[in-house]
Design a protein around this ligand. Sequence first.
Ligand code: NA7
Length: 550
Amino acid sequence: METISIKTSADHSDSTTQYDAIVIGAGFAGMYMLYRLRQLGMSVCVYERGNDVGGTWYWNRYPGCRCDIESLCYSYSFSPELEQEWSWTERYAAQPEILQYAKHVADRFDLRRDIRFRTTVTAAFFDEKSNKWQVTTSDGECARARFLISAVGCLSSGIVPDIPGLTDFKGAWYHTGSWPHETVDLSDKRVGLIGTGSTGIQFSSEIAHSVGHLTIFQRTPNYSVPLCNEPLDKKDLEEAKANYRSMRALCRYSMAGSPYVGNKKKAVDDTNDSRERNFAAAWDGAGFSFVFCYSDLLLDIDSNRTAAEFVERKIREAVKDRAVADLLVPQGYPLGAKRLCVDTGYYQIFNRDNVSLVDVRESPIEYITPTGVRTLHEEYDLDVLVFATGYDAITGPLLRMDIRGRNGRSLRQKWREWPQSYLGLMMEGFPNLLTITGPGSPCVLVNMIVSIEQHVEWIADCIAAMDRDGKQTIEPDAEAESSWSNMVDEIANSTLYPLTDSWFTGKNVNGKSSRFTPYAGGMGQYRRICEEIVEDGYRGFRFDAGCAKI
Ligand code: NA7
């Protein structure tokens, strides 16, 4: 048996370029993965569909796009120097600033020289003879590597609903997830918006003041709480920079990857007055962490109802027109079961004369005409139509590629019923394919950067251990994969998340198998499990010293 030696630069010895690792995607996950693989002395190629780094923050350029996790913890922790030199300007950074940060990281660590931009990976298959992945790209190129690492992101496969007539629409139309790079002038335009999730809420709050008229087509009202954004001044930054290490340590072992220490108390056990005060304080400053202001809001339907009723009162206080407020109050599902939205003045825009709300559950969109949208009861003339209609989340970006493991079996086939994985990191039958923030990991339920860093570090340590021990491949056991997937399911079923359709369950995509996909046990617990598995000799994985002939 021969084990392959690690090369420090790409090998072009046959017509197919050989690397030690291929990474797909140059967002925050792909950039950090590249950085860590280089530290191991590996030759790496990162393929990126976009023209630059940034991933989500490269594509989502729509007005109002902003992160609802605090900037100071929605940032890399791996470089204390980077932490000290970068100064965030707002508590919650807007998209341009986050993209600037991503570009700064790429420059500072000289990442771009190993990234192939404007290149989409279309297919990848595992060649069992050589124990290599062969990757095909949109420009017809092939490359091979020992490791294939997906950093494609969880929310990068946008959905435009199949509404008849869209191709005949004479105005401009956009999906928020692939917003144009040039400025889109919406001033004085009649804008139609379909979708009222986090994106639609951010977009409409931002543009309502400057457009001619905004018509919001709402199918399901969402729960939204105030973001409470504010500038970060010199003192805030000095304090944050002095305390980065302790803050990061808190994030790593917390429930949601944030330093916010949630209330241990249960809402049902509190008195009405105390609960009201607690909700009011969270409303006035917690942002997304509103959902953690009691320990049981996502676990106990009665507790959840107390929070939902509080938000309902806030909506009714904010919106003057009773009938509009009725439409905006979510009904029939728990607060937070669809991801909680966070806004800046959303409910208030409905008091404006130039904003109207159309209930498309009561009067569904029938088709798009050359000049607007036709619902069951009415026609709306529009100059611009914006789809904030979400994503084929978590598995969608992986399944856009034709990925084939042992015996030519495709990932699509494997995941037809259920996207099973071990730790959200690897799939049985797909050796040396690693998925950063894959299905079955905490991914979208926690601060994505904390989640990404944990996965990248786990993967880098695993590869280093394999090289130390002369192992060529790693693959999870079927049993480990299935018991992990069952546990993900059980944990989800102990929460309120599965009580509604959402992109968490895949029910927002026609024909997609419906399962609650992320691991809901929290970031800290997940990290501990990953650590224990390593301490236990990578329990549930099997390694092969394999043949490594090219
Ligand atoms: P979401 O949260 O999936 O929201 C999509 C919205 O689009 C939601 O309100 C949907 O209503 C609506 N939608 C989808 N298809 C249609 C059709 N055909 N007609 C009317 N309305 C429709 O996506 P976002 O981009 O807002 O947010 C995704 C995540 O990104 C967010 O949670 C953050 O983590 C960042 P529905 O609820 O299905 O009735």
